[in-house]
Ligand binder design. Structure first.
Ligand code: ZN
Length: 425
């Protein structure tokens, strides 16, 4: 199957190139240039559209869409312990399936093409990735304080055997010890051994709150990042969500060990955790991607909001208008996110790369005058500007119509299931 995107504006290397033709052959970008290829099976008119790499949500808990708006404005631990965890305990496989479908639908409609998900009943999330056409780095969250950690590790490994590198590489599997405060070093060491043995990445929460840092220091005499370094976690490719409380020495560790840090500015603000020192991390060479975190602490899966927030939050926080420039915020949500999640052949539109891209509708009042489209994408764009989504060479949405999922059915089912879950109190 050959798809031609004709005369489209292209975002590449922090520049906008006008009137470019893109030819997709199966799952790969075959040609990008000014000539119009003659042989193709399907044509997309690129007039008034911008082609750019799809967005990457590098940390979320997708099925938490079911708890969106159910419990807000509470401190993290209270929110988890009194509201989220007791209700999550009632979730069944089918709830996770439908909640994840709702998340997948929201992501496609907002131009997000890849995500890292940590949750449970992950086979259902894998089915959603398979059906929706998205890319998913999936991991079964493991909480050792529940007492069945060895079983959950075994379960994670079986899940990896079933799904890692499946769907033409659209599904990757990671091992996910939830956090240092729910997984002691003795268990983390087992996880690290298995990650090495099975060649898997690790996805975890790290240094999210001051309370976590205090607790870990009291228990083990080290801060979370130093403790993780000491036990060898960073010798494995790691996706570390948050890293809000890290000092300059810890930032150097994260850079040296090539840890993928995922900045979730909206979730950190909403849960009043704090502001991660992202400017310092980027300056010291830490790999930083962006994420929404779960849609009940955000409360959506809109990566445009995370891009904009990353670009403005650190300016105000550092009192420096040059902190996190627009093009860097975009790169964190695209190419850098893809690298952190393990898809190194994506995140840029050029021949030989994976055909993973979105088309943004430029004919919107908030994109005029067109002085600087990169600036508009960061400071002015929103989810509903995304017109077309292509992942692995397949059209998932065209002219805002999602092709792979049944939108009406998903909205109906998730509304019904979410209310039933909450009523079971
Ligand atoms: Zn999280």
């Amino acid at each position: 199957m050959k798809i031609l995107i004709k005369k489209v504006s292209l975002l590449k290397d922090h520049q906008i190139i006008p009137e470019v033709n893109i030819l997709i052959k199966d799952d790969i970008i075959d040609y990008v240039g000014s000539e119009i290829p003659k042989e193709y099976d399907y044509e997309i008119d690129g007039k008034e559209k911008l082609a750019m790499p799809g967005l990457v949500n590098a940390h979320t808990h997708l099925a938490m869409t079911l708890f969106r708006g159910f419990a807000d404005d509470l401190p993290l631990r209270e929110w988890l312990e009194t509201k989220i965890w007791p209700h999550e305990a009632k979730l069944r496989e089918e709830d996770v399936y439908w909640g994840s479908l709702l998340g997948a639908l929201e992501m496609i409609k907002g131009g997000t093409i890849a995500f890292a998900d940590m949750y449970f009943y992950m086979d259902k999330v894998a089915e959603v990735v398979e059906e929706s056409g998205l890319r998913g780095n999936l991991s079964w969250g493991m909480i050792a304080t529940l007492g069945d950690e060895n079983k959950s590790l075994e379960n994670s490994l079986k899940f990896a055997e079933r799904w890692h590198n499946s769907c033409n590489g659209r599904i990757l599997v990671s091992l996910a010890p939830h956090a240092p405060y729910t997984c002691p070093p003795s268990f983390l060491e087992k996880v690290i051994d298995k990650a090495v043995q099975y060649n898997l990445s690790i996805h975890t929460h790290l240094s999210e709150t001051e309370e976590e840092v205090r607790e870990i220091k009291e228990k083990y005499g080290e801060t979370p990042v130093r403790l993780m370094d000491k036990i060898g976690l960073f010798n494995v490719s790691t996706i570390s969500a948050h890293c809000v409380f890290v000092d300059s020495e810890e930032i150097e560790i994260l850079a040296r060990k090539k840890v993928g840090v995922v900045h979730n500015p909206q979730s950190n603000l909403k849960l009043a955790s704090g502001i991660a020192p992202i400017k310092e991390m980027v300056d010291k060479g830490v790999k930083v991607g962006l994420g929404t975190d779960g849609p009940s602490s955000n409360n959506n899966l809109d990566m445009w909001e995370e891009i904009r927030l990353s670009a403005i939050l650190h300016k105000g926080y550092k009192k420096d208008p040059t902190a996190i420039p627009a093009s860097l915020a975009l790169e964190m949500a695209t190419k850098r996110g893809m690298e952190i999640l393990g898809w190194k052949n994506s995140g840029i539109i050029e021949p030989g790369k994976k055909a993973d891209l979105i088309l943004v509708d430029l004919k919107k009042p908030h994109f005029f005058p067109r002085f600087n489209l990169i600036s508009h994408l960061v400071y002015s764009a929103n989810s509903s500007d995304v017109d077309t989504v292509i992942v692995d060479g397949k059209i998932l949405m065209e002219k805002r119509e999602v092709k792979t999922l049944d939108e009406e059915k998903i909205l109906y089912e998730t509304e019904k299931r979410a209310f039933l879950l909450v009523e079971k109190e």
